[in-house]
Design a protein around this ligand. Sequence first.
Ligand code: COA
Length: 99
Amino acid sequence: MIIACVALYDYIEEKSGEMACLAVHPDYRNLSRGEKLLKHITLQAKNLNLEKLFILTTRSTHWFLERGFFPVKVDMLTIKKQALYNYQRCSKILILNIN
Ligand SMILES: CC(C)(COP(=O)(O)OP(=O)(O)OC[C@H]1O[C@@H](n2cnc3c(N)ncnc32)[C@H](O)[C@@H]1OP(=O)(O)O)[C@@H](O)C(=O)NCCC(=O)NCCS
């Protein structure tokens, strides 16, 4: 059974990466698995020489704020991602500087 997942989509030319699909199975939460996945993705992003990680979220904003992310506006997203941003979802955009 899959108990947690996360993905990294890199935008190498903009030295930026999206951390997407972070989720931990409800029975396995509050055991630092989210934290471990964040560390893992941060390491992968550093290995790709990315300078920042961004996430879009409609919930769990505080989980990210407590881990160094800060809120930004849509124009801080990569150009490709700006074109895909869904204004109806009203996701919060949060960025973490990793260098
Ligand atoms: C957000 C999520 C990934 C955290 O994973 P986790 O493995 O439970 O997190 P950790 O064990 O590393 O961290 C637990 C800490 O975060 C806090 N926390 C958990 N969910 C939180 C939330 N939604 N908002 C703020 N804090 C949260 C816990 O109270 C705990 O705090 P403590 O260390 O002071 O006791 C998990 O709750 C989840 O899958 N949520 C649903 C999907 C989601 O919202 N994904 C986010 C991007 S869309």
